[in-house]
Design a protein around this ligand. Sequence first.
Ligand SMILES: [Zn+2]
Ligand SMILES: [Zn+2]
Length: 147
Amino acid sequence: MKEFTADTWPSDQLPNFSFYEMRCKCGCGTCFLDDEFMEMLQEVRNDLGCPLVVTSGYRCKNHPIEKKKVTPGAHSFGQAADIKWPSGGRDRKFLMELVTWAPGIGVSQSFLHIDTIYEGDTHLSRPAFWIYPPSFQSYVPSEDRRE
Ligand SMILES: [Zn+2]
Ligand SMILES: [Zn+2]
């Protein structure tokens, strides 16, 4: 993982993603990401040709969702993103494209979780596919204020 700031964000390599959408939204504002993960995310974005809106990227251990976990989740390794379903609905092409490269896939009513955690990398078991309960929210709009 590498730490990024608004100033060091590589806009030339990641033209369709911003520091603000990828950073932790607990209020700490830190942003640690895996280069390979971000590279793949940008590639998928290029292939799909439609905006990918990240509602949750990196999460530090104090993030409300991570705090509830006994062991760190994929987001705390900088190798995961929750992506809002495109406005056109639960597009099949979108889902298939992501499924082809992400060993971790979680599906919710409002977003799709993808990660590049591989079996043996961490305590997390991969490949894995899961469905979130209807009430699950990974996104709190008030946390997303830009500075
Ligand atoms: Zn945080
Ligand atoms: Zn997620």
